[in-house]
Write a protein that binds this ligand. Structure first.
Ligand code: AMP
Ligand code: MN
Ligand code: MN
Ligand code: MN
Length: 283
């Protein structure tokens, strides 16, 4: 069992990069990737902590993209060079856009009868990539809500009164940023898009492949067996690689563990060698 999608305190997870290594060993996965949102800041600690553990430790990232006004979609970059200056600059720009959006969300909250200061939100985010989960945590601490899920469902999620869209790079920009850093570009959790039909999925696979996409995340806690099968089929038919992971966020996604996720995930070890082979071609 492997896990190629995890978040740490460097973005919106609650476990430090070293704790992710410890948990991966506990959960008996053989390989683990750290894929924080819009940052490579946790990778050095992650790689250091993974040395001499017997684990295969994969430096990664997760980037969000948007085409026109559609839903966002996500890319996981695997085997990225933790010292890449181009990716560092890309992340820096993305985080500036996040900050602008965070300010807009906070400015709007009082009109919805929620009161929160930026420093309260910052206190929820020791790592630095502040996002909606940290705003949610601060609202919960103030006693407005009980769970992050509730905040997203009623206030900060798409379509809710406190929602503000984040300005995002295009898919091509994300894929290029990952490749420039020597990484393998994976379309993350495709079927978490609302109402994605198999037909639309196939159209998107074709267009992302034309942009240089390397693979698709098939094994994912929120994918049904049918969706996982459909991703595997599309990948085979389009000569794309397969990936999978739990999207571990520590305590922020209660009950979700590294490796098995909610108990049923089992990303096969055999997915790893082809991904490693592709990464060698890019480095
Ligand atoms: P942001 O990056 O600021 O747009 O916030 C998106 C992040 O919020 C995701 O990466 C998840 O970690 C988290 N998230 C998204 N939807 C939910 C939800 N329904 N409940 C809890 N956390 C969520
Ligand atoms: Mn997240
Ligand atoms: Mn994602
Ligand atoms: Mn993720």
């Amino acid at each position: 069992m492997i896990d190629l999608h995890c978040h740490s305190t460097a973005s919106d997870g609650s476990a430090t990069p070293s704790e992710i290594i410890e948990l991966a060993i506990q959960e008996k996965v053989t390989a683990v990737a750290l894929t924080d949102h819009d940052t490579i800041a946790g990778l050095q600690e992650f790689q250091d902590a993974g040395k001499n553990t017997g684990l295969t430790v994969i430096p990664g990232i997760e980037l969000s993209a948007r085409e026109e006004n559609r839903d966002e979609f996500h890319f996981v970059g695997l085997f990225i060079n933790a010292e890449s200056e181009s990716l560092r600059a890309f992340c820096h720009r993305t985080r500036e856009l996040r900050q602008e959006r965070n300010h807009k969300i906070l400015e709007q909250l009082p009109s919805l009868n929620y009161h929160l200061t930026l420093s309260e939100v910052e206190a929820e985010c020791p790592g630095g990539v502040i996002g909606r989960p940290h705003i949610a945590a601060a609202l919960i601490r103030r006693g407005y809500f009980r769970s992050s899920k509730q905040v997203f469902k009623t206030l900060l999620g798409r379509g809710c009164p406190g929602y503000i869209a984040r300005q995002l790079p295009t898919a091509a920009e994300c894929i290029n940023a990952i490749h420039q850093a020597g990484g393998v570009a994976i379309w993350a959790h495709p079927f978490t898009r609302t109402n994605l039909t198999n037909r639309r999925f196939r159209t998107m696979v074709t267009s992302l492949k034309n942009l240089g996409l390397d693979g698709i995340e098939a094994y994912y806690p929120m994918h049904t067996q049918e969706q996982t099968r459909e991703v595997c089929k599309a990948a085979t038919e389009n000569s794309l690689l397969l990936s999978g992971g739990s999207d571990f966020h520590g305590l922020h996604f209660p009950g979700l563990k590294i490796g098995v996720a909610y108990g049923k995930l089992n990303v096969p070890d055999k997915l790893l060698p082809p991904l490693q082979e592709r990464a060698r071609q890019y480095s």
